[in-house]
Design a protein around this ligand. Structure first.
Ligand SMILES: *[C@@H]1O[C@H](CO)[C@@H](O)[C@H](O)[C@H]1NC(C)=O
Ligand SMILES: *[C@@H]1O[C@H](CO)[C@@H](O)[C@H](O)[C@H]1NC(C)=O
Ligand SMILES: *[C@@H]1O[C@H](CO)[C@@H](O)[C@H](O)[C@H]1NC(C)=O
Ligand SMILES: *[C@@H]1O[C@H](CO)[C@@H](O)[C@H](O)[C@H]1NC(C)=O
Ligand SMILES: *[C@@H]1O[C@H](CO)[C@@H](O)[C@H](O)[C@H]1NC(C)=O
Ligand SMILES: *[C@@H]1O[C@H](CO)[C@@H](O)[C@H](O)[C@H]1NC(C)=O
Ligand SMILES: *[C@@H]1O[C@H](CO)[C@@H](O)[C@H](O)[C@H]1NC(C)=O
Ligand SMILES: *[C@@H]1O[C@H](CO)[C@@H](O)[C@H](O)[C@H]1NC(C)=O
Ligand SMILES: *[C@@H]1O[C@H](CO)[C@@H](O)[C@H](O)[C@H]1NC(C)=O
Length: 547
């Protein structure tokens, strides 16, 4: 347990006896300085434009019961100058409109759909019917081919492939789908297995079992969690009493709380079989910082394949702790990738635990290759998202964020305040995070109270952030970080002040044109008046703006 606990803390401390490296770096006094390797290869640039033609099903998986509802293949056609996965040269006229592609989609060789998609667009949907397909447990191989016929010049063709899951209904238990237009999870209500599918924004802590959830077998802790507006519970094993665990999951289901289930690599089969028919199971979690501890590079994908062979109805998540250590290998085993960058209260250059320097090649300071600012989090999110784009995984994998809700131990000389915890969380969301799973509960009253206010606002926030039709943007100036999600005629603006002083943001600079009604939907030290958002020191706010 000590080791597990240490690993969860994003920490080489206490793991020392078992591992002398973290993120591939030696970290004990006197150990050799050896570059860790495993760096992500950035794509070469191209002088000529490239088309990164990509396709994916709108929903993963489709089920037998969806046979008569509309289905779609999403097509992305970005023009890029980077040699990212699948990008191929395209020749188009530099003046005039870019033109269109004629796209045809087949599944296992059988015609599925066709349509016209503009060049340099995203999320174009080609509708198709599932009626012509049989459900099967293995995914259909989908081929997408595109023909570009510019008015001048010769016809060019492009190819892409994807997997389409069209599964028989499960024998028991729930299904969690991913909406690949937004990256959101879709599930039936945790407390009503016959209710309609809805989007789920995961908000819930890694929650201690020993000494907390199991305390006196008192289930009222769960009532408290549900009343705060959290949507998930991610209990932290080991569990000393499986009967009790079962009662806890039953009570969670009654309260409408989803389970983010935690395996370890040594017990996947046993644990998946134990939980897979739970009606409130939302997703699996396989890997706790496998990159930090240097697990075999194929460990996450082996666990992923095993879970899909045993279940196949729930996505798989894991968390990475390193900034840049065998990213493609470890993240290949996830549908949902989390990052746990813990920058609050660290000394980024000197390891207070090991009395060594921390550099890109050496040492462990509790936050890999960090500088000790909030931006460590947004930079990590941006890097992970860019790598997904390079790998061609941006449409099929989602990112979640793990904010720091602990401290005053090991590398971290303070516990974040409630407001600092919100800054971390919203920064993660502004940079693409679709779930917030803090380490760990129990935490301070200040953080718990802040998380509760966020939980209450979540239904409004998610109606924008998880909308399949949302158009999102991100913007930063003077350490004020803004996320914008436009759905129809309204825009959600999430603003967070990374500074420890008051500041203001002129809304008109973000949303040109006349501002309609501005409604505050979330408050962690922010207000609005006369076109200006006023932000307190590390204040955060959410506003819905009519256009
Ligand atoms: C493609 O779209 C992006 C932004 O969406 C734009 O910056 C870029 O100029 C466009 N490329 C071309 C070739 O039009
Ligand atoms: C689908 O593709 C996989 C991997 O490329 C291959 O092993 C499998 O045989 C294909 N299935 C069909 C039905 O074409
Ligand atoms: C889930 O599986 C267990 C063990 O196989 C079984 O006892 C239980 O009835 C199942 N629950 C549901 C909801 O099917
Ligand atoms: C259960 O815990 C709650 C607070 O967490 C407390 O108020 C209640 O008295 C406890 N019940 C029992 C039976 O211990
Ligand atoms: C496990 O929990 C159940 C339900 O609370 C209880 O009846 C049982 O005594 C516990 N077992 C042990 C070994 O503590
Ligand atoms: C992994 O799971 C096994 C079986 O449930 C358990 O005995 C072991 O303690 C777990 N290891 C960790 C590190 O949690
Ligand atoms: C996983 O990698 C290890 C080496 O680290 C190798 O021994 C093993 O055969 C691999 N397993 C599979 C299934 O590829
Ligand atoms: C980090 O530790 C070094 C060595 O003790 C010290 O000189 C430096 O001021 C510390 N930096 C911070 C930000 O605390
Ligand atoms: C910062 O703003 C808050 C809330 O408006 C206000 O109470 C406080 O006095 C301001 N602090 C400074 C230094 O202006």
């Amino acid at each position: 347990m000590a080791r597990l606990h240490a690993l969860l803390l994003g920490s080489c401390a206490l793991a020392g006896a078992l591992a002398q490296t973290w993120c591939g770096k030696d970290y004990t006094v006197g150990s050799p300085i050896v570059p860790p390797g495993g760096e992500f290869t950035l794509p070469a640039t191209s002088a000529e434009p490239l088309l990164a033609f990509r396709c994916a099903p709108a929903i993963k998986p489709y089920l037998e019961e969806d046979a008569f509802t509309p289905a779609a293949i999403i097509v992305d056609t970005p023009i890029t100058y980077q040699q990212i996965s699948g990008a191929a040269p395209i020749t188009f006229s530099s003046d005039g409109p870019l033109g269109e592609l004629v796209v045809t989609v087949t599944a296992n060789g059988k015609f599925l759909t066709t349509g016209v998609v503009p060049l340099n667009t995203s999320k174009a949907e080609l509708p198709f019917s599932l009626e012509g397909l049989q459900t099967q447990t293995s995914a259909y191989n989908v081929s997408c081919s595109a023909t570009y016929s510019p008015s001048l010049g010769k016809t060019q063709t492009f190819q892409a492939t994807t997997a389409l899951s069209y599964l028989p209904s499960p024998e028991s238990g729930s299904v969690t789908k991913m909406d690949l237009r937004s990256g959101s999870l879709l599930a039936r209500p945790a407390n009503n297995p016959s209710g309609p599918y809805g989007s789920v924004f995961a908000l819930g802590f890694y929650t201690n079992w020993g000494g907390y959830l199991e305390t006196n077998y008192n289930l009222s802790i769960l009532d408290d969690i549900a009343s705060r507006g959290y949507t998930i519970v991610h209990p932290v094993p080991p569990y000393d009493n499986l009967t009790q665990l079962s009662l806890v999951i039953d009570r969670m289901a009654e309260l409408g709380l989803y389970l983010m289930d935690y395996q370890n690599f040594s017990a996947v089969t046993e644990q998946v079989n134990m939980f897979k028919n739970r009606t409130n199971l939302l997703l699996w979690y396989t890997g706790d910082e496998p990159d930090g501890s240097g697990d075999p590079l194929n460990a996450t994908s082996i666990a992923y394949d095993l879970i899909y062979s045993l279940d196949g109805y729930h996505p798989v998540s894991l968390v990475l702790n390193c900034q840049d250590y065998y990213f493609p290998e470890y993240s290949s085993g996830a549908d949902i990738l989390m990052q746990d960058t813990y920058p609050i209260g660290i000394n980024a250059t000197w390891s207070v635990e090991y009395n060594t320097e921390c550099t890109p090649d050496y040492g462990c300071c509790g936050c890999d290759n960090c500088v000790g600012d909030f931006e460590d989090i947004s930079n990590r999110m941006d890097e992970f998202r860019e790598r997904f784009e390079v790998l061609g995984w941006d449409r099929t994998k989602a990112l979640w964020t793990v904010p720091q809700a602990f401290g005053d131990s090991q590398f971290w000389n303070e516990v974040p305040s409630g407001k600092e915890w919100i800054v971390q969380s919203i920064l993660g969301v502004n940079h693409g995070g679709l779930g917030i799973v803090p380490w760990n509960a129990p935490t301070t009253d200040d953080i718990t109270n802040s998380a509760t206010v966020l939980g209450k606002a979540l239904p409004t926030l998610k109606s924008f952030i998880l909308s399949p039709s949302a158009i999102s943007k991100q913007y930063t100036a003077n350490r004020v970080d803004v996320g914008l999600w436009t759905v129809g005629t309204q825009t959600l603006v999430l603003v967070t002040n990374l500074n420890y002083f008051n500041t203001t943001l002129d809304l008109a600079t973000l949303l040109p044109g006349a501002l309609g009604q501005v409604t505050q939907v979330y408050d962690s030290g922010a207000s609005y008046a006369d076109g200006q958002i006023q932000l307190e020191s590390v204040g955060t706010g959410g506003f819905v703006v009519g256009l």
